[in-house]
Design a protein around this ligand. Structure first.
Ligand code: GTP
Length: 245
């Protein structure tokens, strides 16, 4: 057992722990691993090593004495690994469906991804357009907004390279988990407190609920699945990833 494991165990023993499963899906190369890496506060890497199978990272969020454990699952975009995804999507709280704004086909495939997830689980879907730092856009922001509106889901555009809107997206979405939202009707305050308690710098910059996301549309009604204990699955990914937990 590592020192980190034992610290984590002792923290879990002394605080009540709630767990949520968050999944990232989307075509190969759209930037799922890189977005997750940014959420875990790791630096950007230009290197592309296609994911193999499914991998996960654990992120602990503290909030008013609670310790909320987020299992963030990174799935491989290549078709040959698609069969692995359903077992991870079951009992998930949130599924991010990601496309690359510079690759039209990755956007065209989004409805297929959404339908695929919907056949597995009635989970909360979030549409995410990545790589907005690139100048060779093939998908306009309005197209993302329109698709999200049609599907009745929230929408964010981000750049995992520059970190633009990553924390904003993450904390906006996580704040909707019942664990946090149940007794906190003021979402803006909740996001601010969550960011502050979890050491996110530039909190004011991060709080733009639906500014980049949802495209001004009304926030759709959501049902979040709250899973309790999740069995641990041995990571099956050749990539070396750091866990910031
Ligand atoms: P699979 O594992 O094959 O499913 O791919 P993935 O979706 O996990 O993509 P990954 O995160 O590995 O990123 C693919 C490539 O895109 C890498 O070279 C990244 O450096 C690059 N990349 C990721 N996000 C961005 C971004 O926001 N902007 C730019 N310019 N490049 C990015």
């Amino acid at each position: 057992m590592t020192e980190q494991d034992s610290n984590e165990d002792s923290m879990e023993n002394s605080m009540s722990v709630t767990r949520h499963k968050i999944i990232f899906v989307g075509d190969a190369g759209v930037g799922k691993t890189t977005i997750i890496s940014r959420i875990m506060d790791n630096p950007f890497s230009e290197n592309y090593e296609p994911s193999i199978g499914v991998d996960f990272m654990s992120k602990n969020l503290k909030y008013k004495g609670q310790n909320v454990k987020l299992q963030i699952w990174d799935t491989a975009g290549q078709e040959k690994y698609k069969g692995l995804i359903p077992s991870y999507v079951r009992n998930s709280s949130i599924v991010f469906v990601v496309y690359d704004v510079s690759v039209k086909t990755s956007f065209d495939n989004i409805p297929k991804w959404i339908n695929f997830i919907k056949t597995i689980e009635n989970t909360t879907l979030i549409l995410c357009g990545n790589k907005i730092d690139l100048s060779n856009r093939e998908v306009k922001k309005e197209e993302g907004e329109a698709l999200a509106q049609k599907e009745g889901i929230e929408f964010f555009e981000v750049s995992a390279k520059t970190d633009e809107n990553i924390k904003n997206m993450f904390y906006n979405v996580v704040a909707e988990l019942p664990t946090f939202s149940e007794n906190n009707p003021n979402k803006e305050n909740l996001i601010k407190e969550l960011m502050q308690e979890n050491g996110v710098e530039n909190v004011a910059e991060g709080i733009k609920p639906h500014a980049e996301g949802a495209g001004g549309q009304q926030e759709p009604e959501k049902k979040l699945n709250v899973n309790g204990e999740q069995k641990q699955v041995v990571p099956n990914n050749a990539k070396k990833k750091q866990c910031g937990c």
